[in-house]
Design a protein around this ligand. Structure first.
Ligand code: NI
Length: 171
């Protein structure tokens, strides 16, 4: 397993729609395991494959950040099949470091996908878990949480990261 580099807002891979996974191959299992290691190392509570440079529909969510094996959800081709209610809460993203903003999400969701054995799974999540699933599945559709903010906030955040990317490139 390996910790992979997390892409930052401004990278075109983050705004592309990811491809469904046809078969849970060794490569996909390796990717998922690396994503688990990467999100724990960050540390964070969720990660989507495009954030490590692959436009494949794979997500990892672990509200316990590695403390509780039962809290780890690795899902391939995840889909929200039911949602209910609404909650507004501060949200962040490993690809948008140091930014936290209030975002409205469903309070409860039911997510379907495949596990690493290729078996169909269905998970019900409330509150922060529902939020994490929605956030990570958005990543697979090329949507960062900043797209949910006001145009002004979004513009300011994008500008900030454009500047820091330019600063990183200059000698
Ligand atoms: Ni994110």
């Amino acid at each position: 397993m390996a910790v992979r580099e997390i892409l930052i807002i401004g990278d075109p891979i983050l705004t592309r729609r990811s491809e469904p996974v046809d078969a849970v191959t060794e490569d996909i299992v390796r990717l998922a395991r690396d994503m688990v290691e990467t999100v724990h190392a960050a540390p964070g509570i969720g990660l989507a494959a495009p954030q490590v440079g692959l436009n494949k529909r794979v997500i990892v969510v672990d509200l316990s950040v590695g403390e509780d094996p039962d809290a780890l959800h690795v899902l391939i081709n995840p889909e929200i099949v039911a949602k209910e209610g609404e909650a507004i809460c501060e949200e962040g993203c490993l690809s948008v470091p140091d930014i936290k903003e209030k975002v409205a999400r469903p309070y409860r969701v039911v997510v379907r996908g495949l596990d690493l054995e290729g078996q169909a799974v269905e998970i019900e999540g409330e509150d922060l878990l529902a939020r994490a699933f929605c956030h990570e599945i958005d990543h697979l559709d090329g949507i960062l949480f900043v797209e949910k903010l006001s145009a002004l906030k979004r513009t300011l955040i994008k500008k900030k990261f454009k500047k820091s990317a330019a600063a990183a490139k200059s000698p």
